[in-house]
Design a protein around this ligand. Structure first.
Ligand code: SAM
Ligand code: SF4
Length: 468
């Protein structure tokens, strides 16, 4: 079937060139230090420079990379971590991806599409936990049309329980055509995420049969370009690590980000780097599984290579790994995650044949928020940039001096204050109050008195959704 591609669409992934860079780049300490300095100067790296970081094996030099990633995170993004939750709305799927339990050949997967009233109940449960940001996820199926997805987005926004409301809905779904993207944009989506899974053409063919929609590599690679051109200007790229050599995937993601920069003058809003997880009915080829040490390296190197982009770390990872890699520049994590359909109201044990894969971090929102607070992070539920028309928000945080002090920190604190009042356990509330007091004591922006007043109104007058 001939499908719509963007104007001047081209396949910008040259497997051989990337393989050569991986194979032929040798470790060179002084060059690596120059590259680190460039990144700390907030300049995006080239693909070859990223390859030079990937070639590092020397332990001390690796530590310098980790330190630089930590410094970049601290200096550029501060100590906020934005919280979201995935909402799986349906697992019917016409594709047959070799790593996913939703694939059509998995006959024992329990299939379900949430009804409208079930979606409302899930959203209410998410609001009751304090969520303000969701990402909608579904399989690829003829019944999950752009109209269906746009309608779901609108429905999610309309659900209000108590003080709860969802203020930003992102999407992770199959690539669409231009009309489809326009529809979901009109429904008010935030970021449109499409993961290329693997950028290597041969591995892509191995995992995505050619007789399925997803078997069309170029249509998927071009998916976010079409989205951008249709008006979805917050897009999220990603690779599913474990399907092919992780170094190849990192260089390809950098290539993809640079392609966006060159074409639109704006890079992707987020990058995701999920590692493949055990899944029902899936027998994983273990050749390219990524170890924890490799994972740490890839997160730190991605941070340095694409310094302007938000980085998402999901509950696929265990609490220990999340703790460790968060400091390398992660800006968003999910919390209280359930990926079984209807899981937010089903308090039974998660059931493998109803979920896409097995998650590594099943802690509650309150537990995760408390841990963040106790380790000096500001858990932020902020969605203000998007609603104030400041899209490409991560980019602005990066590019505009003082943006974080003026907008992100105060909005993070205000949304945290709301969370503490409405949803937190006593222990989390206590930890949160200590953190807010500490952050205020070192806050020096000229809007400080306005912030103090907004916090007071939130705390004492029950005001909600005050933001800068
Ligand atoms: N069905 C759409 C698609 O494939 O693009 C969108 C949603 S899919 C449910 C979301 C992502 O889950 C996929 O892009 C893939 O990267 C990831 N995924 C699938 N199976 C996985 C597994 N076993 N472990 C970790 N992530 C997985
Ligand atoms: Fe379907 Fe997406 Fe799973 Fe592939 S990854 S089988 S497209 S749900």
């Amino acid at each position: 079937m001939k499908r719509e591609l963007s104007k001047n669409c081209k396949d910008f992934i040259n497997d051989q060139a990337i393989e050569d860079l991986v194979a032929e780049t040798v470790e060179n300490a002084s060059h690596v230090r120059e590259i680190i300095a460039k990144s700390l100067n907030k300049e995006a790296l080239t693909v070859a420079e990223t390859a030079a970081l990937l070639a590092v094996k020397n332990k001390e030099l690796l530590e310098e990379i980790y330190d630089a990633a930590r410094t970049l995170k601290k200096n550029v993004y501060g100590n906020r971590i934005v919280i979201f939750a995935p909402l799986y709305t349906g697992n019917l799927c016409e594709n047959d991806c070799g790593y996913c339990s939703f694939r059509r050949s998995s006959k024992t997967t329990v299939r379900k599409t949430l009804s409208d009233s079930e979606i409302v109940k899930q959203v209410e449960a998410l609001e009751d936990a304090g969520h303000k940001r969701l990402i909608l996820v579904c399989g690829e199926h003829s019944s999950y049309t752009p109209e269906y997805i746009a309608g779901t987005v609108e429905m999610v926004y309309s659900v209000k329980k108590g003080n709860g409301d969802i203020r930003r809905v992102n999407i992770n779904a199959a690539p669409m055509d231009t009309e489809g993207y326009k529809l979901v944009k009109e429904a008010g989506i935030g970021t449109y995420q499409i993961f290329q899974e693997t950028y290597n053409h041969k591995a892509y063919r191995k995992y995505h049969p050619s007789n399925t929609n997803k078997g069309d590599y170029l249509y998927r690679l071009d998916g976010l370009t079409r989205a951008y051109e249709a008006g979805c200007d917050d897009v999220g790229i990603g690779a599913l690590f474990g399907l092919y050599d992780w170094r190849f995937e990192v260089l390809s993601m950098v290539t993809h980000a640079r392609f966006f920069m060159d074409r639109f003058g704006c890079g992707p809003h987020t990058v995701s780097f999920p590692r493949v997880r055990p899944a029902h009915g899936v027998k994983l080829d273990e050749q390219y599984l990524v170890s924890d040490d490799e994972f740490k390296r890839l997160v730190a190197i991605l941070r340095l290579a694409i310094p302007y982009t938000g980085m998402i770390l999901t509950a696929r990872e265990t609490p220990e790994i999340r703790r460790e890699v968060m400091e390398f520049g992660v800006s968003q994590i999910d919390a209280g995650t359930r990926i079984d359909l209807g899981g937010y109201t089903n308090h039974m044990k998660q059931e493998m044949n109803k979920e896409q894969f097995h998650i590594g971090d099943s802690r509650t929102m309150d537990e995760i928020v408390r841990e963040l607070l106790n380790t000096g992070y500001i858990p932020s539920f902020c969605t203000s940039c998007y609603r104030a028309g400041r899209t490409g928000e991560q980019f602005m945080e990066f590019a505009i001096p003082g943006f974080i002090e003026k907008f992100c920190t105060p909005n993070g604190l205000l949304t945290l204050q709301e969370y503490l009042l409405d949803y937190a356990s006593p222990a989390t509330k206590a930890a949160g109050n200590v953190l807010i007091a500490h952050e205020l004591s070192r806050y020096s922006h000229s809007n400080k008195s306005d912030l103090v007043e907004k916090l007071r109104k939130t705390q004492l007058e029950g005001a909600h959704d005050l933001f800068f």
